[in-house]
Design a protein around this ligand. Sequence first.
Ligand code: LM2
Ligand code: CA
Length: 461
Amino acid sequence: EYTDPHCDGKQAIVHLFEWKWSDIANECEQFLSQKGFCGVQISPANEHIIKTNPPAPWWERYQPISYKLDSRSGTEAELVDMIQRCRKVGLRIYVDVVLNHMAGLGQSGVGTAGSSFNSDNYDFPGVPFTREHFHKHCEINNYGDANQVRNCYLVALTDLDQGNEYVRNKIAEFLNRLIDLGAAGFRVDAAKHMWPQDIQAIEQKLKDLPEGGRPFFAHEVIDQGGEPITTGEYTSLGYVTEFRYCIKLGEGVHNFGNFDNAVDYGWGMTPSDHAFVFVDNHDNQRSHGGGGHIITHKTPRDYKMASAFMLANDYGFVRIMSSYEFGSNTEQGPPHNGDLSTKDVRINADGSCGDGWVCEHRWAPIANMVAFRNAVVGTNKGNYYNQNNQIAFSRGNKGFFAMARDGHMDVTLQTGLPPGQYCDLITDCATKITVDGSGMAHIVINNNEEPIVAFIVGGPT
Ligand code: LM2
Ligand code: CA
């Protein structure tokens, strides 16, 4: 339950981090629908604080002021228009929701929808929430203490008491409103900091989607082992983020031998049917929220290999990260105009993005591997080959994937596929592969920027 993304069996979503609703609608129509994406994780849609010092940092949106649907990404009317335009071309919207807390202590003023607030007085009239709806102040400083992690304050953020019936009802009202507007599900921020039974009580108050079925849930639980709170406590509530896979993918890209154990259930990694997986996310790409050796768009060749492997592999439900450029300042918000409003996403003639938007989801090895993932769903890995930083495997009799980290790959391999001529998805068919009557194919990869070959039954020819 809570694991159906409601997108006709497609297998990958993209997080269009900090994009405006109008740009997301365009991207659904012009790109994501053509490439087989299931849907989009959007930045928090509700009212949040406004910071000018530092100027409009990205984390403004993780400090809610109310559940009014007016944010830096657009108005409620623009949100509704975007959800509908995306749905028309087969894409669903998953809303990032911040339910653990409201704005941080020491702040007061007006939010993006014009509601006043005063955190020190626990006053959020836009909901309304008052002091009785929050836990008493204590700061989280010991992640070995599960009670503290759930009931104390995460970096001074006023911590809501989800055990309180009124709080549960206000949160459920907010989520039900998004369901009414056509959202297919949610990414739950800081789920680790809420009790699983409280989340369950809130989920039970939610409507079915208008077309039927329970909303999709991806709970953010940073579990890298060594702490009492585990992803396993949340699997009955939907998908759960698997941050250990970020580390495993990083280790794999640097030494392909590590790909043999990319999924380590002995490590307590989440079962595949509940693992929400990604190479990096908006937090760990800038060293917030969880550590480890994380691969990001800043090393494009490695990032393409990690993403292609993730999409080819038979583990979890995939989220692709789409970033904006940032330097050493990890607080820096999205590309913005002089008045701090978010810039439009610029799409260049060659299909890449500009004006500070990275658009990893448009990079060929990532965008084109989404079709591979969709085509091989439900099949197992076979014909596994991994030596000298060269890896290859089939997915049932539906697809074949090969990648070479360094040097020249030139080897004849069993593909498990029916004989015929196949198009390489990565090069949009510039390369063709012939599978002979016994399933063998000659695989050649040069030491280039995108050292990957992938092909599927039923793909372009
Ligand atoms: C998360 N997971 O449980 C995210 O991984 C994490 O990145 C979020 O923090 C957190 N939940 C809250 O939604 C981000 C950001 C923080 C930022 C908070 C709130 O990583 O740096 O904290 O959002 O905007 C900022 C300041 C911090 C300050 C706090 C409260 O960086 O110094 O604490 O606001 O004013 C006094
Ligand atoms: Ca909490």
